[in-house]
Design a protein around this ligand. Structure first.
Ligand SMILES: Nc1ncnc2c1ncn2[C@@H]1O[C@H](COP(=O)(O)OP(=O)(O)OP(=O)(O)O)[C@@H](O)[C@H]1O
Ligand SMILES: [Mg+2]
Length: 286
């Protein structure tokens, strides 16, 4: 099904093709995450403050906003990747199904088992294509039917046909777009619930970008995707829901990111409720 989103605002207009299915009514959506009063802080400097939002199961949710507004920091809160940064702390609650995954009693490795991540730059390990995909399964002791698992993940990541004759070749011998799909295969091989993606297509050409967008579209019946993107067209093409973050400034000149508006993507791009969102999506920001 194809439709066109055309912002109601003034130029420069972003006319965007989307292949999204119409979203189910809100009351039928199931929350995968429920974020309450989340602050993410480096040392004494908050990167984001006071975030409240639900992220829905089996949808693609985009996070957009200007550089430095805390998108990557916020995304990393969902699988405890910020734990690796000295001086980082967070306050508030991130409920994942029925568990608050932000507490210090939670094992970050267990969280990452269910909530995988794909980074901006493809980062295959210096191992074979096969071993890259099998890696997470081996770490987690999922050792049965490994060939099947690897083939399934590569097929889901739309890479299998391109690599099936060279599974023993290094992951680093692939093109950038193939490497990114390999990283997606590695993330989904362990069958997570959620895949977080931080600007996954920013280093890719339009064809590789399209492959990754199609893949999200095809896989969202099995996974929940949360994607940070600077590309408005991409957000409009792939995301069901869009969250716009912006930078707030305090009296002393301090800056932090805050969630300005979160709604169906169509609404954010055609009839946003906040002037700051409108300025951003029409390119008048800054
Ligand atoms: N490891 C870190 N240590 C200290 N401060 C950090 C760290 N990472 C990010 N920050 C700060 O947190 C704020 C938010 O950064 P973040 O990378 O989350 O923004 P972003 O919205 O992803 O930006 P971009 O669009 O440029 O990727 C910035 O002020 C940044 O300087
Ligand atoms: Mg970032």
């Amino acid at each position: 099904m194809s439709s066109t989103i055309e912002p109601a605002m003034t130029e420069p207009s972003v006319k965007v093709e989307t292949r999204r299915q119409p979203m189910p009514p809100r009351e039928r959506l199931e929350a995968m995450f429920d974020v309450k009063d989340l602050d993410a802080i480096y040392g004494s400097k908050p990167a984001v403050k006071g975030v409240n939002m639900e992220i829905y199961k089996n949808l693609v949710t985009a996070i957009i906003g200007p550089s430095g507004c805390g998108k990557s920091t916020y995304l990393r809160c969902f699988n405890r990747m910020n734990d690796l940064i000295p001086g980082f702390r967070q306050e508030g609650v991130i409920r994942y199904q029925d568990t608050d995954i932000s507490g210090s009693n939670i094992d970050p490795v267990a969280v990452r088992r269910n909530i995988g991540m794909v980074f901006q730059r493809p980062n295959p390990f210096p191992k074979s294509i096969y071993d890259n995909v099998a890696w997470g399964c081996r770490v987690l002791g999922m050792k049965d039917n490994m060939d099947e698992r690897v083939e399934r993940a590569l097929t889901q990541a739309a890479l299998f046909d391109e690599v099936k004759d060279r599974l023993k070749a290094s992951g680093l011998s692939l093109s950038g777009g193939q490497q990114q799909r390999l990283c997606i295969a590695r993330a989904i091989a362990v069958e997570p619930d959620v895949v977080l993606m931080d600007e996954p297509a920013s280093a890719l050409d339009p064809i590789a970008t399209q492959a990754i967008e199609q893949l999200m579209h095809q896989l969202k019946s099995q996974y929940t995707f949360v994607i940070v993107t600077h590309n408005m067209q991409q957000a409009a093409r792939v995301a069901d829901m869009t969250a716009f973050f912006s930078i707030s400034r305090g009296a002393e000149g301090e800056r932090w990111g805050e969630l300005v508006e979160y709604d169906a993507t169509e609404k954010i791009f055609t009839a946003p409720g906040d002037k700051r969102t409108e300025d951003y999506v029409t390119g008048r920001f800054g």
